[in-house]
Design a protein around this ligand. Structure first.
Ligand SMILES: C[S@@+](CC[C@H](N)C(=O)[O-])C[C@H]1O[C@@H](n2cnc3c(N)ncnc32)[C@H](O)[C@@H]1O
Ligand SMILES: [Zn+2]
Length: 280
């Protein structure tokens, strides 16, 4: 007999998860992690992170999670508003405007649970009240190093209502139609199989669910295109998509674009599920 933890974030979201082994939506929180009543497997939670990802350093689609020195450097850059501003030079981005506009979209998401993937070390943590006021939030990334950074960043006051999950964006351990919002900031350019990613987001969202997406595009200023190519060399960035290709990808996978904006080489999109969830 497993013992549930009362008041814990995992208890709050366990019913919205599905087992990565047998896909049964019959999961419950235990003192050690997540237990599946379908196949009997228990998945441990260590140092605040529940690991539901396949073993290995890359995803089945060939995506490369940020581990080792890449995680250390990226995490250091993104954990300070001053260092985040370097992106204005590199990506032709008005960083203040980007943070303001994303925060507004997050605050409009409404009732949770919400999924953020990839969460990295959650650069928006200090820029929006959404993580406090709506939720519960499931923060997912394939990188153990980025999740460990996030676990350290979230103080005891911040951890309530948040689940840190190691998972692949193309195989999310979330039940069908279980989340109100999917947030994906600066991640799509790392994902090779765009159709699989959007199909997975569509599957996880409930009717009327919303998507907030930002991504680097391959048709930005020259310096940003060079930065893009540099990051492709070690596999951390996927083949580039133009802004028009990202929008077409979302639309053919059942999303209606409500707003979109180019900020330098970054595309920011707010979208919702097409009624009936159909694809085009
Ligand atoms: C550029 S970072 C963005 C992180 C964060 N959202 C931000 O705005 O700083 C890309 C993240 O995608 C993660 N990632 C790469 N492939 C992934 C996959 N297949 N599934 C989930 N996360 C993945 C990496 O580990 C990394 O944390
Ligand atoms: Zn199972």
């Amino acid at each position: 007999m497993t013992k549930p933890i009362i008041g814990d974030a995992l208890t709050a979201v366990a019913a919205h998860l599905r087992c990565p082994r047998c896909a049964a939506a019959r999961c419950e929180a235990t003192t050690d992690g997540l237990h599946c009543r379908g196949c009997g497997e228990t998945f441990p939670r260590t140092d605040g992170v529940l690991d539901l990802a396949p073993a290995g350093d890359t995803s089945p689609s060939g995506d490369r999670p940020y581990e080792g020195s890449l995680a250390a450097v990226y995490g250091w850059m993104m954990s300070s508003p001053t260092r985040q501003r370097l992106d204005s030079w590199l990506l032709g981005l008005n960083v203040r405007q980007y943070y303001r506009e994303v925060a507004t979209l997050l605050e409009r998401l409404g009732q949770g649970p919400h999924l953020e993937v990839p969460c990295g070390n959650l650069p928006f943590l200090g820029s929006t009240s959404a993580y406090r006021d709506t939720g519960p939030w499931i923060f997912a990334d394939l990188s153990r190093a980025m999740l460990d950074q996030l676990a350290r960043r979230l103080g005891p006051g911040d951890t309530a209502g948040h689940l840190l999950l190691r998972a692949d964006v193309c195989g999310l351990p979330i039940g069908d139609g279980q989340v109100g919002g999917v947030v994906s900031l600066f991640g799509l350019h790392c994902f090779r199989d765009g159709d699989a990613v959007f199909a997975e987001w569509r599957r996880c969202l409930r009717p009327g669910g919303r998507l907030v997406l930002s991504t680097l595009t391959g048709d930005g200023p020259a310096l940003s295109r060079r930065y893009y190519r540099f990051n492709q060399r070690d596999g951390s960035f996927a083949p580039a998509r133009t802004a028009a290709e990202v929008i077409a990808l979302a639309e053919r996978n059942g999303f209606v674009i409500e707003e979109h904006r180019r900020l330098g080489s970054v595309l920011l999109v707010a979208a919702s599920l097409r009624e009936g969830g159909s694809t085009s």
